[in-house]
Design a protein around this ligand. Structure first.
Ligand code: NAP
Ligand code: MN
Length: 264
């Protein structure tokens, strides 16, 4: 079996990477950064986001597993002290694969260029310097004219990241859904938005349509883009999914508890 390792590149992560590589090669596994079947991410959730985007074109052929060298992560949920156990499970192929839904983002410009992205956590759209104004359509029907700082459209597994900081709900990643969360909407007697986060099922879509020729900043996970010529951005649950190697049960709600409520 072929594996690769993505490190956050701090001293501890690099040391663990060296150990993991030696152990796995001792078991006869092959280090292959181009076409690994398993990718071990060592660092934090941010490190796993990088690993995900590196292998985004071959998601059905790869499973990810994360070790956290800082605080417990949602994707990086193995402790450094569990490395040997992890290596043994990989060598013996004693693991299950769980799949989480992803967000598909389709960007269209006025001169008919289009581009599709996949997000593991979320996409955000903001307008630098001025209030963002966009029409929000749900399944082709006008829903509201949004004015405010921006919108965050997240996956279930990304719901504990930026979305949570914005007051969005935490969504269990077995649900095939995506969530639209407002950033500081303007609400008064003239301007009105729904105010709550919306959770949409698979096969629904949300389109954001600029009202004027604004400049927009978009993010897809940790990557940022600037758009001057945006016609529309649509969002839906992607057909592709991300696969995680699971060596022991660590239920999502326990990760939520241990990350946000108490680690005792
Ligand atoms: P970063 O600024 O280093 O990451 C921000 C924090 O989000 C880190 O503590 C990271 O954990 C954590 N995180 C990432 N994915 C998560 C998840 N699914 N559930 C819970 N926490 C998660 O930037 P980055 O490492 O490149 O990550 C980009 C992400 O940062 C974006 O996808 C967005 O979700 C998040 N972000 C959050 C805010 C906010 O909360 N106000 C603002 C902008 C961006 P680690 O320390 O383990 O890496
Ligand atoms: Mn980070």
């Amino acid at each position: 079996m072929k594996f690769s390792i993505q490190s956050r590149r701090d001293a501890q992560s690099n040391e663990l990477m060296g150990l993991a590589k030696t152990y796995l090669q001792d078991f006869g596994l092959i280090f292959d950064e181009e076409e690994p079947e398993i990718v071990i991410s060592i660092g934090g959730d941010g490190t796993l986001l990088h690993a995900f985007h590196r292998h985004i074109h071959r998601l059905h052929q790869v499973a990810f597993v994360g070790i956290h060298t800082g605080h417990l992560g949602f994707y990086a949920d193995w402790k450094p002290s569990e490395l040997e156990k992890l290596v043994l499970s990989i060598a013996k192929k004693e693991y299950n694969v769980v799949e989480y839904p992803l967000l598909e983002v389709h960007v269209q410009t006025h001169n008919n260029e289009s581009k599709t992205y996949l997000a593991l956590n979320e996409a955000t759209i903001k307008s630098p310097d001025v209030t963002l104004v966009m029409d929000v359509e749900l399944n082709g029907n006008h829903f509201e004219r949004f004015r405010g700082d921006g919108l965050c459209i997240s996956t279930p597994s990304g719901s504990t990241a930026y979305n949570k900081a914005l007051g969005g709900a935490i969504i269990h990643p077995t649900l095939q859904a995506f969530q639209i969360t407002e950033m500081a909407s303007i609400n008064n007697r003239v301007f009105r938005t729904v105010g709550s986060s919306l959770v949409l099922p698979a096969h629904h879509n949300c389109a954001l349509i600029p009202v004027s020729n604004q400049q927009f900043t978009m993010t897809i996970d940790h990557n940022q883009f600037v758009h001057n010529d945006l016609k529309s951005v649509t969002f839906n649950v992607a057909n592709e999914r991300v696969r995680f190697a699971r060596f022991r049960p660590f239920p999502f709600w326990e990760r939520v508890h241990d990350s946000f409520v108490s680690n005792e």
